[in-house]
Write a protein that binds this ligand. Structure first.
Ligand code: BGC
Length: 772
């Protein structure tokens, strides 16, 4: 259940919290964050409060503070907090008697509105309404407006103090070596923060009826104090415009000042309407409409998409998408396989140019990945398990308590979890298959694939007994099973990657001979071909179960697994068992072999897929947020609709439920991407393979119809699917068709059709008939 009240209004769906609940602050701040892909601001109320953690994160603004620390996404100076003193009384929601409270968030625009009603000691009743948004129209712009009204009693006066506070830290770690503040023209505040390799600049200008404020420079902060006078029955208004940028996008100061001046003259309503227009263009492409879905379902699906849109560094490939987007310090702002496997599909099918940028980011990390491979004695490029700005490994070495030693556990993922190097290749090839972007392949794609392939070849060892290449001592997606041999997911993905390289070598020789020679592809091809033929691939056993690794099926099961599956506390199993004990059990943290089946839905027979999904699910605790969406999609694919729905429901509220202890350090980006993949790949059954768009709709019982757009090979396709009918329309949007463009092939129920302008196929008990 969604924890917040849901309201559908003309301007979108609002999620509202109508009680002041400090213990929910950390969570709600992540959930209600304003993000436009350039920066994200946590939804902490502007009035000071005790429990929250303010945060502003600028995409790609990383820093490593000390030698033994890893590089992390910097929690930037705060621009949201304001102090309010009325009739000599300092207003702090934790200390006053609140008479009314509402914090609401528009899922379509990201606008946050916080209203607090309270009574002053003087008896006057006041309402403070704060609004804010991160502009999608000018992505350097953050806007806040405050209105103070006297609802009952005499007028009031006092001060409002607002500024730029550079005292923020990442859990106590201060990243800025130096912070310089100043004021321009007695109206504009500026803060420049110097990191080891980057500089952040924040410029803020405010407008209100009170004339020139009094500015004060303090240590690492600058603030302005405004006189506030609110007459009986009247109100006082304040607007603040903030221009945020990193060194690489540094605009001339005069230009920045002009932008702020222009905003001030236009005012909040006009500036937000330009933002809404931009957002609505994105929604035109991305919206999923579901006939039969409840308001709660509609809200959680749109919520996921708002955050997906807000986490994309639109127009730049210098950074990628972090596991928590731009909403919190969790996972230190690092980029995982989550991006390529869970999040990228949303962009690939809606905004392919954004998917391309995410992959270009990985291209830029190739040198770091090459260094990592070399450091471990491998060839080619071995991508980091956790990345920041480069291809350098950023995974912390220690985390989480070992219940027996009392010390932190060693994190092996950065050393042994290697599948990310194949996951990126998978995403590269998905991108190429969907777009046919040859330029991308020539500039970036081939090189990523070839370097990854050479890594995998060098990573494997020859096993004389099996007469095959094997991959020993590895961690697959299931991080509860460390140091195992021949993880099925990793071996199959490695084969996929290397055989792709082998099959592309010939084409690369023709289209990009320079690269072909520079990378010495000619010399490496043979090893790729041999590896592809001789890599050991765990086959289904007599019970048709694909062994997750060499020893997994011989291990004992965890008898009381249900207890952990149902636990509100994530990873509760680690409070009862050490990691070493868990490694010796058939217990999974998250989808592993099931992920393989999701990525390659046609690799095994339907019976094998069904048996494996059910077998592994029963042993999975779902202790990673990546697990519910993966299982929802997998269960939909095998037609286990009750289970699919059970997992989808959990996934829909992963950030929206009533557990105040989760989502506190940021939203779950992969799971939000997984909501989209589950609907499109799982329920709508979309699978583009072999230049054919396969459609196998399996809608949840109460959904009558799903409607959405996808981009396939430059075409904008509008799809409307139900369990009995599939309708497609080539909208022709965004392109001038080349003279000899071939129609899209569409497969429904085994029959292949051609989509010219539109197509309608009826599905009658799995027998299809074409009608138009
Ligand atoms: C999961 C990984 C995931 C990471 C970041 C971990 O708990 O096991 O698969 O990449 O979180 O979301």
């Amino acid at each position: 259940m969604i924890y917040y009240d849901i309201e559908k209004k003309e301007d979108g769906i609002w999620l509202a919290q109508r009680e002041y609940q400090p213990r929910f602050h950390l969570k709600t701040e992540s959930v209600f964050a304003q993000c436009n892909g350039y920066f994200g601001v946590r939804g902490a109320g502007g009035l000071p409060s005790l429990n929250g953690k303010r945060g502003m994160f600028v995409a790609g603004l990383f820093n490593c503070a000390y030698e033994d620390e890893v590089t992390e996404l910097v929690n930037c100076p705060d621009v949201t907090e304001f102090r309010l003193i009325l009739d000599g009384e300092e207003i702090c929601p934790d200390r006053i008697m609140i008479k009314g409270y509402e914090r609401k968030f528009n899922i379509y625009t990201g606008e946050l509105v916080i209203s607090v009603r309270f009574e002053l000691k003087s008896g006057t009743e006041i309402e403070v309404i704060e609004r804010r948004f991160a502009s999608m129209e000018n992505r350097h712009l953050f806007v806040q407006s405050i209105r103070i009204s006297v609802c009952r009693g005499a007028g009031t006066s006092g001060k409002l103090i607002s500024g730029i506070d550079g005292q923020q830290t990442n859990s106590g770690v201060s990243h800025f070596q130096k912070i310089n503040c100043r004021v321009y023209d007695r109206k504009i505040m500026q803060m420049k923060g110097y990191l080891t390799e980057d500089t952040l600049s924040i410029l803020a200008e405010s407008s209100c009826e009170s004339g020139t404020p009094v500015f004060t420079l303090k240590r690492r902060s600058v603030e302005a104090s405004y006189d506030v006078t609110v007459p009986e029955g009247g109100s006082w208004e304040f607007e603040k415009y903030v221009y945020i940028h990193k060194q690489e996008d540094m605009a001339e100061l005069d230009r920045q000042k002009e932008i702020l001046k222009d905003c001030i003259s236009k005012g909040y309503a006009s500036v937000i309407s330009a933002h809404k227009e931009k957002m609505s263009k994105l929604w035109q492409q991305a919206a999923i409409r579901i006939k039969g879905a409840t308001l709660e379902e509609e809200a959680s699906i749109a919520f996921a998409q708002y955050h997906l849109i807000g986490m994309m560094p639109w127009g730049s490939s210098s950074s990628s998408i972090a596991a928590k987007g731009l909403t919190g310090e969790g996972y230190k702002g690092h980029v995982f396989w989550d991006t390529e496997i869970f999040v990228l599909p949303f962009f690939l099918y809606n905004f392919p140019e954004a998917a391309r940028q995410l992959l270009e980011f990985r291209y830029k990390g190739l040198d770091g990945a090459r260094e990592k491979a070399a450091a471990y004695g491998y060839e080619g490029a071995m991508y980091p398990w956790e990345a920041a700005v480069s291809g350098k490994e950023e995974t912390p070495l220690y985390a989480a308590l070992n219940i027996y030693t009392g010390k932190a556990n060693k994190v092996w993922s950065g050393i042994k979890e290697h599948h990310v190097t194949a996951d990126i290749v998978y995403a590269v090839w998905q991108y190429y298959s969907m777009t046919g972007d040859d330029r991308f392949m020539e500039k970036f794609g081939y090189e990523i694939i070839f370097e990854a392939a050479s890594f995998w070849v060098s990573r494997a060892e020859w096993d004389e007994v099996r007469k095959a290449y094997v991959i020993r001592d590895i961690i697959g997606p299931d991080e509860y099973t460390e140091h195992i041999d021949n993880n099925a997911y990793s071996n199959y993905m490695a084969r996929y990657c290397v055989s792709l390289a082998a099959s592309l070598a010939g084409k690369a020789e023709k289209v990009t001979p320079g690269l072909y020679h520079r990378l010495k592809v000619g010399k490496r091809r043979k090893s790729w071909e041999e590896f592809s033929e001789k890599i050991y691939l765990p086959e289904p056993n007599e019970q048709q179960i694909i062994p997750q690794d060499d020893t997994f099926l011989t291990k004992k099961c965890l008898t009381d697994i249900e207890k952990y599956k149902e636990s509100e506390v994530k990873q509760a199993v680690l409070q009862d068992y050490s990691r070493d004990e868990i490694v010796d059990m058939q217990v999974l943290k998250q989808a592993d072999t099931v992920m393989l089946l999701n990525l390659f839905p046609q690799m095994f027979s339907p019976e094998v897929v069904r048996k494996n999904v059910l077998y592994y699910e029963s042993r999975t605790i779902h202790d990673s947020s990546l697990s519910y969406c993966a299982h929802a999609q997998a269960c939909a694919a095998i037609g286990a609709m009750d289970l699919a729905w059970k997992f989808f429901e959990k996934c829909m509220v992963i950030d929206l439920d009533g557990n105040p202890n989760d989502t506190t350090d940021g939203i779950h980006a992969a799971s939000l991407g997984g909501i989209w993949t589950c609907i499109v790949f799982g329920f709508a059954g979309v699978n583009y393979e072999g230049e054919v768009l396969h459609l196998t709709p399996r809608l949840p019982e109460h959904w009558e119809e799903i409607h959405f757009h996808i981009k396939v090979r430059g075409k904008d396709i509008e799809l409307t699917l139900s369990n009995t009918k599939v309708c497609l329309k080539d909208t022709g949007a965004g392109r001038t068709p080349p003279a000899k463009e071939s129609p899209l092939k569409v497969e429904v129920g085994g029959e292949v059709y051609e989509l010219k302008d539109s197509l309608q196929v009826f599905i009658i008990e799995r027998k299809e008939g074409k009608s138009a």
